[in-house]
Design a protein around this ligand. Structure first.
Ligand SMILES: *Cc1c(COP(=O)(O)O)cnc(C)c1O
Length: 398
């Protein structure tokens, strides 16, 4: 469309003009069903009136001051988030990568405070933590790292969902200070670990005095059917990062911490010009208000079950479908072949927004406000498109 933008994204040839709930309209007036929510960002759907009103009221009053001064909206959002997450303190950033940067800096300061000169953080294969230098170094995907060497040092990589290799790493390294892990790997293909994986990590971290750091940038804010995904396990991490759905589209991230980890950052060690400004915090407070008032976390759990059941019924026996899995409204249909073409097909033929990640995994992240009728439409449209795709691509194979 224009050459003035750096070519960081291969964009689909559609431009949306307005939205309402799970609906989007393009600039030709055509209506689409959004089963991606701007990659798990617009959990409350588009143009949510409560969020829109909070933003416009705040914009008319005060958008930004500075973290050199007290910010009432930031303090009250901090109180609510720490209470919800059973954490002690929070640092506000503008994105997921920045929230993870804060977590990584906390882990390193924690290590140095224990006399460890080259502190190391255990990270997972197949993980995604962001695109800044430290977070891409923590990320377990060579495609994200290639060309950006030298990478940031101090990360030890182990397979995801494998407690034994964590224990082996513990035996062979004496400089480990933390584990950074996603409760469910999102970009990695909606990889759901064993039910007690996080509990075992909690136990190991307690035993070794490591910080358990959860990247809930994608899984947080009700997406999985709990406010935070680790609440399925009845544990509390030492550090948790949030972003994506926290502001329903207004950029805001958060790094929450508990106990000793909450006391590590002091004046001069970290900061952000924009982080936690009145506008972003007003939006995030409106998001939490709405999640609570409309019981959207419970809704995500119920809708997730319904969608999984229906996809199982329609696609499970189909040749080419490897696995259908999900947790709340984080849903994956894994195929036995690369299926990136499905994104364009769903958009053009089905007027449906979906995503494909890890090459062969159809990923659905619909808004938590999806109606039952929209859920049925999603299942019917997508099942048809996947079946057609599988038939065509198997006849092409030979
Ligand atoms: C999206 C994502 C990030 C990066 O967030 P940005 O806001 O794009 O920097 C980090 N971790 C996880 C798990 C994510 O899904």
């Amino acid at each position: 469309m224009t050459d003035s933008l750096m070519a960081t994204y291969k964009r689909l040839p559609v431009c949306f003009e307005r939205g309402e709930g799970a609906w989007l309209w393009d600039n030709n007036g055509k209506r689409y069903l959004d089963a991606l929510s701007g990659i798990a960002v617009c959990g409350l759907g588009h143009a949510h009136p409560t969020v829109a009103q909070a933003i416009s009221q705040q914009a008319e009053t005060l958008i930004h001051t500075s973290n050199l001064y007290e910010i009432k909206q930031q303090s009250s959002l901090g109180d609510r988030l720490t209470r919800l997450a059973k954490m002690d303190r929070v640092f506000f950033s503008n994105s997921g990568a920045e929230a993870n940067e804060a977590a990584i800096k906390i882990a390193r300061l924690y290590g140095h405070s224990k006399g460890i000169e080259t502190p190391a953080i255990i990270v997972m294969e197949n993980s995604f933590h962001g695109r800044t230098m430290a977070t891409l170094s923590a990320t377990g995907n060579r495609k994200v790292q290639a060309g950006f060497e030298p990478l940031v040092q101090g990360f030890i990589r182990v397979p995801f969902n494998d407690i034994e290799s964590l224990k082996t790493a513990a035996q062979t390294n004496n400089n480990i200070v933390a584990i950074l892990v996603e409760p469910i790997q999102g970009e990695g293909g909606v990889v759901i670990p064993a039910a007690d994986y996080l509990n075992q990590i909690r136990e190991l971290c307690d035993q070794k005095e490591w910080l358990m750091m959860l990247d809930e940038v994608q899984t947080g804010m009700g997406r999985t059917g709990q406010m935070f995904a680790h609440q399925h396990n009845n544990i509390v991490p030492d550090v948790m990062t949030l972003a994506k759905a926290l502001g329903n589209g207004v950029p805001i991230g958060a790094c929450l911490a508990k106990g000793i980890a909450a006391e590590i950052l002091v004046p001069g060690t970290h900061g952000s010009t924009f982080g936690g400004n009145p506008l972003a915090c007003a939006a995030a407070s409106a998001v939490i208000d709405t999640l609570e008032k409309d019981h959207l976390t419970e809704r995500a759990a119920a809708l997730g079950k319904r969608l999984l059941n229906e996809f199982h019924e329609r696609l499970e026996q189909h040749e080419g479908v490897k696995e259908i899995r999900g947790c709340g409204l984080m849903i994956a249909i894994e195929l036995d072949r690369p299926c990136g073409d499905l994104v364009g097909a769903a958009l053009m033929l089905g007027k449906l927004l979906i995503n494909v990640t890890a090459d062969n995994v159809v990923r659905l992240l619909p808004p938590l406000v999806l109606t039952d009728e929209q859920a049925d439409e999603l299942v019917a449209t997508l099942s048809g498109i996947i079946k057609t795709f599988l038939q065509k691509s198997s006849s092409n194979k030979t």
